[in-house]
Design a protein around this ligand. Sequence first.
Ligand code: SAM
Length: 216
Amino acid sequence: MIEDNYKHQGMRRGLVRKLREKGIYDERVLRAIGTIPRHVFFEKAFLEHAYQDKAFPIGHGQTISQPYTVAFQTQLLELKAGDKVLEIGTGSGYQACVLLALGAKVYTIEYQEALYERTRIFLPEMGFKPFFFYGDGSKGLSVHAPYDKIIVTAGAPTVPTELINQLNEGGILVIPVGDNKTQKMIRLRKKADKKLEKEVFNDFKFVPLLGEQGWN
Ligand code: SAM
């Protein structure tokens, strides 16, 4: 049973306020972040960090993404209830919970076996049930393609062509692309004629996307 008391809820309201101040405007995204208990992804001793707007180590050299980053990427996805979404980089599972709270059908893939094992047990215990996969998500997840939306939560050197191929017409891919220091957030929209519309947003700092189409 998850403990989610008035103190946690108060801290979460504070986080949502901060995200709004920083420019997140999609009320549905803010509401989703306002409902997911981020503290359950943290050891009790680190509770004070759970609702600060920062990334935090989750073991195996990986991080739970900064709430602003989660909100920004989710906002760019323009999710509709029932959208079929592929998330690359399950990590802690927090981002997957936000996508589920917005009514998406979520397929999530993780490259590190230990993280995959941990999260695929932990999330359903909390009541969140995406479809979990273990493997190299830099190539997407062709068996379940196409997807309405694809979100990559690790920094890529380039946009993997396979991800574009696995996107539905009208679909959106959100992916940070750059070097090992900073990445630009990129949104690609696959138009009905299969042409791509590209938008480039701010700089972010992600752990590297590994694998065949990532950093080898
Ligand atoms: N979305 C996560 C969350 O909410 O906690 C944050 C993920 S963390 C910033 C990036 C994750 O991408 C790490 O767990 C890492 O192991 C994973 N990753 C890196 N390369 C990958 C690949 N080729 N396929 C799948 N996952 C990958």
